[in-house]
Design a protein around this ligand. Sequence first.
Ligand code: BES
Ligand code: MN
Ligand code: ZN
Length: 504
Amino acid sequence: MQIKTVTSAENLSVDALALICFEAEEKKEGQSQPPASVPDPPLAAQAGWLADLRSSGEFTGKLYETAVLHRPQGLAAKRLVVVGGGKREKFSSVEVRRIAGTLARTLKGKGVRSAALLLDTPNGDEYVTPAAEGAILGAWEPDVYKTDPKKAEKQIESFTVVVPGVEAATLQAAAERGRIIAQAQNFARQLSNEPANKLTPAQLAENARNMARESGLECQVLDQQAMNKLGMGALLGVAQGSSNPPFLIVLRYRPAVPSGPDHLALVGKGVTFDTGGVSIKPAEGMEKMKYDMSGAAAVIAAMRALAQLKPGLLVTAYVPTVENMVSANAQRPGDIVTTLSGKTVEVLNTDAEGRLILADAITYAKRNGATHIVDAATLTGAIGVALGQYNIGAFTNDEPFLQRFLKAAKAAGEKTWQLPMDEEYKEYLKSAFADLPNIGSGRQAGSITAAWFLREFADSTPWVHLDIAATAWLDEGKSWLSKGPTGVAVRSFIELARDWQQIL
Ligand code: BES
Ligand code: MN
Ligand code: ZN
């Protein structure tokens, strides 16, 4: 999808031109009702249609509601679409992103090839990037393996963002940024969506390598032998049950002119399939465990965007990737492994594999100079119990660093909620036979004990852990986003690196 920008809707010959209309505000005594929307001169001719829509109750301005008028008078566009903006005072870039996504999704099945969205609200210029993002994200479908030959005909080819009164170059730059970010997020979704027979650890590494070559990033892939030599016993223990060998993917972005001494490491859990191992998972829903590499996908995709956006910060991605399988060689409950850090771990449950591979990757990131670490992992089912599907769970050993991350996440429109890491929770992590068990005793605070396990390896390096188990996959589609992989955390990662100096 091509993203364009213009400053006037008047002569825009597109298949559909959309404008946002808000819910009618409460009528106060002595005040006259404000107009349904405040249309620009070329749109003023549509006021009658808008008024009829409202009085008939067909359109109330509720968020993401739409109505379509064909051949609007005085406009070059073939259709005029009104889309609900909800309550005017609650309107923000989050709604803009979703409105653009809703438009892309509702219009693409209706023969619309070119669409436009008019942003004549205050802050219109700030909404260009999220509008571009929303359209590209909304258009994405998890249907690569469907063979419908008509698929290509249902695509929107161009999406134009219309913002009156803003300089054209500024507009286009904001749209371009949105395009880069959303295409990266869709790349992450594409990777997460791949079934485990099409995306093994080797194929994930191959994807990363190809992306690095195309983007001008450094890429290094450590194989089993190299990891064995280094002593990554935790990662290798998880991998030993699969005939698909593990890898540690390293991607590096070097700024032309570093703006400071910091070195950010992004670490992503890359379990291409999680059966649970010998502590096997129930059959129901196990097919979804193909998305257990969504942290890896987010990290790899964010690196692609950084190569294009070129921030002044050194960023290295570390992606441990394995398949957690059941076999005669599989790791057993009770096995004790020695991690790269030297700490020993008693594997009480082979299904708590993510933290094992992340432990070695975090240690490796520190050894290679990371001053700050953020990891993303589909780590625990318990995070969905705590937060549902609406917030990423965040954990840290460094409060100021987390605050910085939260600021980036908010700017990127990815809801993130901090969970506590009081010392008391560490009491749940006791092993009689090794330095650490890989699960907590009892079933309480499962996401926090998992985070504490990782923290033992991050140690004193500022670190943020994101548990995306419940946010990386949408079980039911929304009007603005399809069902399936969400590509969550990609936008926050990009924003964090992009704004590193400003959000100190
Ligand atoms: N990959 C799972 C976590 C997960 C669950 C991701 C649901 C997405 C949806 C992880 O490896 C896992 O199995 N965690 C266990 C930990 C337990 C054994 C302590 C869990 O959450 O049940
Ligand atoms: Mn597991
Ligand atoms: Zn897992």
